[in-house]
Design a protein around this ligand. Sequence first.
Ligand code: FES
Length: 109
Amino acid sequence: SKSVQAVRHSVQLSTLPPEPVIPSKQPLRVELIGGKRYSWCTCGWSRKQPFCDGSHKSRAQGLSPLRFVPQEDATVWLCGCKHTNNPPYCDGTHKQDFIVQNPASKLKC
Ligand code: FES
């Protein structure tokens, strides 16, 4: 419909960074190696979740990965919903309604 097209048009013209998509409604368990550089995907489009594969450059311009270096080896839960307030770690935000009730059509995997 026209109204939907108008909304999409205004979003594309916005100068705000794009909203991340939700690749997973659950955190991802990852074994990190101390001293290694990691890039956590913030846009949600990467096919190498929870890590960046460069997809933000074409799918989510304005967003960039969160780079971090763990001090020691650790098994952690990294956020898969991309809405944590403590990135890159899961903080339980995925249990909130706006994630739980997000349409499955927006999920990537
Ligand atoms: S997976 Fe995002 S807050 Fe838990």
